[in-house]
Structure formats: structure tokens, C-alpha cells
Design a protein around this ligand. Structure first.
Ligand SMILES: Cc1ncc(COP(=O)(O)O)c(C=O)c1O
Length: 444
């Protein structure tokens, strides 16, 4: 496995979570306000391995257990309050319990939650997505982005009669084979490296999957010309060009591929299209999607008990309709401002950071050097862990790897509070002499 490949949707933080020492003073303060979380975590460990069911949500000494979320506010089981800048890893673009999505869910619950039959709600969501995203001529639903990746690859393999799959170093498309590490028929290509494409995308390639920015890999944007070069090379050798918009759909009204002038054969979608419920989808060229049609003999069977379930469909439709041009422009503008504020706060406190960003998704990286490669996004894991806990203590709910993203629920006042939270968290880390050094937190 190449060193830069994320081990999971944790983007490598899984490893750091177990092995990184965090300054003991921070850990003590964290524990002191989370006795209920600690008890629940101990109980969880008796039924679930490591008390968890999702790689990305564990961090030492134990994860805070959440009680409820409304809009941009979260409350944990100990009564601690946070401003939410995780939004379930970009899925909750309107924040928690968004009233219109919740009302749509409540309304449909009375009529049943899932049927072994087509339902108007799934057709309405498919139409909304097709209207919005130009590459989507037809669409098929799954239950997650990982499943969408698997389906897109099956379609590509059927269409081309080839096996090989090209993925970017540090790219993340889901937690199932062959998108995880060490799988056969997978070729890795260095991100943003046009010269490598001739060797890594060939006549043997069935599909090339690419994100417009490495999401789990540290929010590292691609050069637009690189993405065009990937598309051109895929076309040249007859491979299917799959554009992963699972995270990036929120960043542009018609999706990021369209904003960059790209014309993917297939796009994978998930997260925001479910309005807070589990979902995924593959959209794209009609001739490719029609390979899954029941009206086609010898079709590619794509089954799934909950595919296109009405609860996710109505919630997703409500969420997408609220995410209009104005909302996206506001989100992206607020994110740009916050990125500047966080970088300035780090510098002022003597803890320089680089903030990478794509649209309304950001990543705070320790150190002053540019972040260009996946390895840069994993430097100084101790600092990342310490900053994460400090932010939790300051009431900002963010991620261990440093990723944060905005929701439309965040008011200007709350955005200011988030920026102030970063200022105080940086000061916490630098005001106590030796705090970071003690934990080896500044070590690369
Ligand atoms: C770019 C990208 N693709 C695919 C996935 C997988 O989606 P899911 O977690 O819904 O399986 C993710 C999840 O984080 C993602 O960020």
C-alpha cells in the first residue's frame, strides 16, 4: 500500500488515534467534563469492538457521546454544548434536524418507510438530481457512497470488459473492496501529477475514479488542468471517467464537475442528497446506466433492500431544494473568511497552521509549509490531536484530522464564535510552556 493512501475514511487518523500521546493536562480536563460519556463508552466496548461502529469517530481517550443536535448546536450526554463544524462529515449541509427535512420525514413515516416497489419520492429525488447535475442522464440509488463506488465500478467493468481500476494516491471512495488498500487490479496514481497519467491509465483500465479535492486525504484541491488531463487520458484509452462528487456536490450549484467544465461518464453521489439519512447514487451517461435496466436482457443486476428508500428520498429532496445558488455562495464566502481567521489566529498564537479549502470544506494543518501531498496532511499528528481536544473544550465540535465544514444553519454570530474558539484553542496549546513538546505533539 502506498504510504499516502488513507487506511479508512479516517484518512489515517485511525492509526494516530491509537498511538498519539495527547498532552495529559488536556486529557484530564476533557475527562473531567465527560463522566457519562466515559461510562457509556465502557459499556459500548462490551458489545462493539473498541466501542465503535465507524472508523472515523474514535479518538483518545474516548469519544464524546452525543445526545442531540439542532441546527448548528450539539449537546453531549454530559450536557456540554458545541457548535457543529463536522456536520456528519459534510452530509448535514443544513445542520442538524433541519426543519423541512424533518417534517418531510415525519410525514412519510405515517405511510410506511420502505416498499418492495417503486415510489414517487425516489423518482422526485432522481429528477431533482438530474435537473441539477448535467452529467446525470440516468441515476440509480444505493445506500451509501461506498456502494455507489462499487456500482460505478461494476458498470465500468461491464461496459469496457476490463478489470483494472485507477485511483489517486490519498483518494477515498469508500470503505469497501476494491477501494480499500491492498486489492488486486488497483493502480494508484500520484494526485496532481499529470506526467504519471500515461503509465497509470492504460488500455487495461476499466475506470478512473477521482475527487476534485482529496477529502478524507486532507482537503487538498486538484489543479483544474489536472482533472481535465485525467478526463482526456481516460477518453483516450477508452476507460470510464468517474467523478466522485460525494463531498463536492455541496460546493457548486450544479456540482463541481460542471463548475470546472468537466463531462464525466459517471458521477458518484451521497451525503447531502439524503438530507441526513443514509443514501448514495450513481448517475451519468444513459448508455452506461441502462446496463442496469430490467428492460435490458443480460443486464447487470444491482440489488439492495433499501435502495432509494422513501425516507432518505424525501429528506434529500428537501435538503437539495434549500441548497440554492445563494446558499452555496454564502457558504463558500463564509468558509473563505473563516479559513483566513483560523490561519491568522494560529499565527498570532505562535502555532502556525495552513488552512486548505474547497468550497465550504476546510482542513487545518499544523505548520507553515504548504500542503500539497497526502503525507503533508498527516504531519504532526500530536498537534492535530491536541488541537482537536482543545477545540472540544472550547465548544467547537470538529474532527481529529482537522477537517471542518460549514452548514447553512451557522449564523454570522456562530461563525464568529467558531473563529474565537480556534483563537482560544491555539492559545491553550501555546500558553502552557512545554505542553505540546511534552507530548511530542510537534514532532513530524
Ligand atoms: C469522496 C467520498 N467518496 C465516497 C465516500 C463514501 O461514502 P459513504 O461513507 O456514504 O459510504 C466518502 C465518505 O466519506 C467520500 O468522502
Amino acid at each position: 500500500m502506498p504510504a499516502s493512501e488513507p487506511a479508512s475514511d479516517a484518512g489515517g487518523q485511525q492509526h494516530h488515534a491509537v498511538h498519539t500521546a495527547v498532552p495529559p493536562a488536556l486529557v484530564d480536563e476533557y475527562r473531567a467534563a465527560r463522566s457519562r460519556s466515559a461510562r457509556i463508552f465502557a459499556r459500548a466496548c462490551r458489545s462493539m469492538p473498541g466501542g465503535e461502529t465507524r472508523a472515523v469517530t474514535h479518538y483518545p481517550p474516548f469519544p464524546t457521546v452525543m445526545e442531540r443536535g439542532t441546527g448548528a448546536e450539539l449537546m453531549d450526554v454530559d450536557g456540554n454544548h458545541y457548535l457543529d463544524v463536522v456536520n456528519n462529515y459534510t452530509a448535514l449541509v443544513h445542520g442538524n434536524a433541519q426543519p423541512e427535512a424533518s417534517a418531510a420525514i415525519e410525514a412519510i413515516l405515517r405511510d410506511g418507510t420502505v416498499f418492495p416497489a417503486p415510489h414517487r419520492s425516489q423518482i422526485a429525488l432522481a429528477e431533482e438530481i438530474a435537473e441539477r447535475v448535467p452529467a446525470v442522464e440516468r441515476l440509480r440509488f444505493t445506500n451509501s457512497g461506498s456502494e455507489a463506488s462499487a456500482l460505478a465500478l461494476r458498470i465500468a467493468r461491464r461496459a469496457t470488459g476490463r478489470r483494472e481500476l485507477t485511483l489517486a494516491d490519498g483518494g477515498y471512495h469508500g470503505a469497501i473492496a476494491p477501494f480499500t488498500s491492498g486489492e488486486p487490479d488497483v493502480v494508484r496514481t500520484p494526485y496532481n501529477d499529470r506526467l504519471a497519467l500515461e503509465a497509470t491509465i492504460t488500455e487495461r483500465t476499466a475506470a478512473v475514479f477521482i475527487e476534485p479535492f482529496l477529502g478524507a486525504g486532507g482537503v487538498i484541491p486538484a489543479e483544474p488542468s489536472y482533472l481535465h488531463a485525467v478526463q482526456d487520458r481516460a477518453r483516450e484509452v477508452g476507460a470510464v471517467f468517474v467523478f466522485d462528487e460525494v463531498q463536492s456536490l455541496r460546493n457548486a450549484p450544479q456540482g463541481t464537475a460542471h463548475a470546472l467544465g468537466l463531462t464525466p461518464d459517471l458521477v458518484t453521489l451521497a451525503k447531502i442528497i439524503g438530507g441526513g439519512m443514509p443514501i448514495g447514487a450513481v448517475g451519468g451517461r444513459a448508455d452506461l446506466l441502462e446496463l442496469t435496466s430490467p428492460l435490458v436482457s443480460g443486464r447487470l443486476d444491482h440489488a439492495g433492500t433499501f435502495n432509494g428508500n422513501p425516507v432518505a428520498s424525501v429528506a434529500g429532496l428537501a435538503a437539495l431544494r434549500r441548497l440554492d445558488v445563494t446558499a452555496i455562495a454564502r457558504l463558500n464566502g463564509s468558509a473563505a473568511k473563516l479559513a483566513d481567521e483560523i490561519a491568522a489566529a494560529g499565527a498570532a498564537a505562535g502555532a502556525p497552521v495552513v488552512v486548505t479549502r474547497s468550497g465550504s470544506i476546510l482542513n487545518v494543518h499544523p505548520g507553515a509549509d504548504a500542503v500539497r501531498a497526502p503525507a503533508d496532511a498527516r504531519r504532526a499528528p500530536g498537534f492535530r490531536a491536541a488541537l482537536h481536544l482543545s477545540l472540544m473544550l472550547e465548544g467547537v465540535y470538529t474532527t481529529p484530522r482537522g477537517m471542518l465544514n460549514l452548514s447553512t444553519a451557522l449564523t454570522p454570530d456562530q461563525l464568529r464564535q467558531v473563529a474565537d474558539g480556534y483563537t482560544r484553542a491555539f492559545e491553550r496549546l501555546t500558553s502552557q510552556p512545554g505542553l505540546l513538546e511534552e507530548a511530542g505533539a510537534l514532532a513530524p
